[in-house]
Design a protein around this ligand. Sequence first.
Ligand SMILES: Nc1ncnc2c1ncn2[C@@H]1O[C@H](COP(=O)(O)OP(=O)(O)OP(=O)(O)O)[C@@H](O)[C@H]1O
Ligand SMILES: [Mg+2]
Length: 250
Amino acid sequence: MPLIVCHSPKGGVGTSFVAAGLAQGLSLLGRDVVALDMTAQDGLKLYFGLAPDQRLPDFDDDVIDQVTVGGVVLRSGWRSAHSVDFAQDLRTGDLPFDGETVYIADVASTDVALAQILRRYALLHICTLSPTAMALAQLPRISPGRPLDALTGTMFVLNQLDETRRFARHATLFLRELLGENLVAQIHRDEAVNEAVGMQQTLSRYAPASAALIGMQALVTLVEARCKAGVAPVEQPEATAARAGKSAAA
Ligand SMILES: Nc1ncnc2c1ncn2[C@@H]1O[C@H](COP(=O)(O)OP(=O)(O)OP(=O)(O)O)[C@@H](O)[C@H]1O
Ligand SMILES: [Mg+2]
């Protein structure tokens, strides 16, 4: 199932920005992509140049007119992901994660239970971090008891990197050491990210030379390779996932 789960234990690090950039990049490579906003905040569409009041069809709505930007179909998944049947539907395979379409799910940092359920069915988990003490402090919550450099189904992205900041430089070195090859991309902080949202344009249209797009491209290339290989993660669900599944199904 080509599902890619974007979730970080820390909010505000750029999970939605990375999810959107990944969706746009994979679409440019010719993939059929559905970007699923699974947050109540409903902000993923802003990185596609859409207006805040643009309504996205729900994940399981039958619609004739899709909302599509640059070939990426946008859907809201929050309501269906929090329906009583969702966990059961995933277990029985009764959800349309199939075929060649890549589904990119943007999950809120606080929605740990949903992230854990989805990760069990995902090809990949993309965990975005920022070089701040608050983000680093959340690292032990990502996969308790398992070394982060040994996770086969998780790619880490360091976003909002500003190398003029001493803490950011030290955090980068620390994360390289801790995450090894699982730290797959570093994305620079660039004010154009905010400006593009304000201008209701995608970043690649508003600022094609943005420094933030360089790291994003590296991520897209690696994820595309993983999609081609189609290797499912060998990680077993965390012990907590079973509990999370029960609470989400309840
Ligand atoms: N590389 C970057 N350079 C500059 N600003 C950035 C960058 N990445 C994200 N931002 C800004 O940081 C803020 C948070 O980004 P985003 O909404 O993607 O984070 P999030 O982790 O999804 O947050 P939330 O927890 O609220 O869902 C936004 O204002 C966004 O424009
Ligand atoms: Mg978000």
